[in-house]
Design a protein around this ligand. Structure first.
Ligand code: ABU
Length: 528
């Protein structure tokens, strides 16, 4: 807890170097504790001082966060409102250092009040799970604390990134794995990079001249695409109004005929289309846009085709499911986040490109203090300048290490198991009268559905049915968070009332777990 009692004043024997004659053993102990704590400011591990502390902390994390936090017998979360948490958790920072005992107790509290996203019953987001190999890769990344801009600082990670990105391009189907790629801080940024590359390809002069005297550039995506496409268009000066969102069909896929009409309309109005951003696995419904059809349109109009496969990309690793993204090798760029379907720890996002040189052309700034051209080694390995970031985490290691641990076959088994769970869950709820699907045939492992409580069963034709159904999912969500039993998200979309979106990406889940989810929702909602 707060360590104000350890504040050292100028009168203090430790700082004055004077010890009184009647020091007893207790006082000596106190003094050595104070001395120990006073050296906390030094940023270097000291074997005598830190080895036991670090081992204790790792033990604590293993016990509390890793094993306790992922045990089905335990809660997914210990819900506290912001007011309650501010009251019981010591967030305050003050002038004096804390003891190791205090620091360990703080760690324990951080775990206690955090959501256990590795818990099998955390099915709330497009990420979950706690992969042991990914975890140790993440911890090693932090122990080495590299920044992947130059080979001199990050030799292993520089080469590792190139190997992983090439393997991913091979899986995508780019010829001989050729092209380019980067690790990005999240899928939104990867989509932003794609827009930037597409624009650079459209006219490289823009890098220096900016948008001044440029025509109105327009890009197209579906109404169900991730919101980052609009955000990034705004960030890059294109403007959200120049992102044309095309309606989706009843499966959540972009309507290609409408897209064609819109391209013609924009051209007739003096706009200049330059890009289509398709989605492979939409955020809510998990729909896959028809990539081959979009590639045909892009070829005809000379547009850059980007595929946001941040979520669905993992399915490429399975022969059984890669057909969902037929034609993806025709895309100019692809966002693929291994931290989603493949469960690498957060964050692990990539942008893959078919073309070489565009990333660097669009983003390099040749900072002479960092990317010296007269280094003693081949400076083409100083890959950092193609990123807009300078300092950059090595997100590759955890994923590469997982891949080593499981082999490509293991990653395939993982993907096929999570699809099997999604299919089993779907089949089961379809057979129940109190569950209703949003899409009859979900394509990915996010399944959207309504739970219909007994009070609303058979009342679909009543005027206030949808209004009442709209309130069911939020109430069940509140109850599950308060009892800590599971976490699944809900949303309203299009003109549908609130519905649940459950997401499967933990390959340790079983069909019994699928039944558990169904029974938990029924238990929490049967009286509504
Ligand atoms: N790309 C962010 C996805 C957020 C979510 O639905 O989990």
């Amino acid at each position: 807890m707060p360590s104000d009692n350890l504040l050292i004043t100028s009168e203090d024997p430790v700082s004055s170097g004077v010890s009184s004659e009647d020091d007893d053993v207790g006082h000596q102990k106190e003094l050595s504790l104070k001395k120990d704590v006073l050296s906390n400011f030094e940023s270097l591990p000291d074997k005598n001082k830190h080895e036991t502390f670090l081992k204790d902390c790792v033990d604590l994390l293993l016990k509390e966060a890793v094993f306790h936090g992922t045990d089905r017998e335990n809660k997914v979360l210990d819900w506290k409102s912001p007011e309650e948490l501010l009251e019981i958790f010591d967030f305050n920072l003050n002038g004096s250092p804390s003891t190791h005992e205090e620091l360990k107790s703080i760690l324990k509290n951080v775990v206690k009040f955090s959501v256990k996203t590795g818990h099998p019953y955390f099915v709330n987001q497009l990420f979950s799970s706690l992969d042991p190999y990914g975890l140790i890769g993440q911890w090693l990344t932090d122990a080495l604390n590299p920044s992947v801009y130059t080979y001199e600082v990050s030799p292993v990670f520089t080469l590792m990134e190139e190997v992983v990105l090439k393997e991913m391009r091979i899986i995508v189907g780019y010829k001989d794995g050729k092209g380019d790629g980067i690790f990005c801080p999240g899928g939104s940024m990867a989509n932003g990079y794609a827009i930037s590359c597409a624009r650079y390809k459209f006219n490289p002069n823009l890098k220096e001249t900016g948008l001044h005297n440029f025509p109105r550039l327009v890009l197209f995506t579906s109404e169900d695409a991730h919101y980052s496409v609009k955000k990034m268009a705004s960030f890059l000066g294109i403007g959200t109004k120049n992102v044309y969102t095309i309606k989706t069909d009843d499966k959540g896929k972009i309507n290609v005929d409408l897209l064609k009409n819109e391209i013609e309309r924009v051209k007739s109005e003096g706009g200049v289309p330059f890009m289509v951003s398709a989605t492979a696995g939409t955020t809510v419904l998990g729909a896959f846009d028809p990539i081959n059809d979009l590639a045909d349109v892009c070829e005809e109009h000379n547009l850059w085709l980007h595929v946001d496969a941040a979520w669905g990309g993992g399915a490429l690793i399975s022969e059984k499911y890669k057909n969902l993204m037929k034609g993806i090798h025709r895309a100019d760029s692809i966002t693929w986040n291994p931290h989603k379907l493949l469960t690498a720890p957060q964050q692990c996002s990539t942008l893959l490109l078919k073309h070489e040189g565009i990333l660097s052309g669009a983003h390099s700034a040749n900072a002479a203090y960092l990317f010296q051209k007269d280094k003693f080694y081949d400076t083409s390995y100083d890959t950092g300048d193609k990123h807009v970031q300078c300092g950059r985490r090595a997100d590759v290691l955890k994923f590469w290490y997982m891949w080593k641990a499981k082999g490509t076959h293991g990653l395939t088994r993982h993907v096929e198991k999570v699809f099997d769970n999604a299919e089993y869950f779907t089949k089961t709820i379809k057979s129940k009268e109190n569950f209703k699907m949003v899409l009859e045939e979900p394509e990915c492992t996010n399944v959207c559905f309504w739970y219909v409580p007994p009070s609303l069963l058979g009342k679909e034709n009543e005027d206030d049915y949808e209004e009442k159904l709209h309130k069911i999912a939020p109430k069940i969500k509140e109850r599950m968070m308060k009892d800590g039993s599971m976490m699944v998200t809900y949303q309203a979309q299009k003109d549908w009332p609130n519905f649940f979106r459950i997401v499967f990406q933990n390959s340790a889940l079983t069909h019994d777990d699928m039944m558990h989810f169904i029974q938990t929702i029924e238990r929490l909602g049967c009286d509504l």
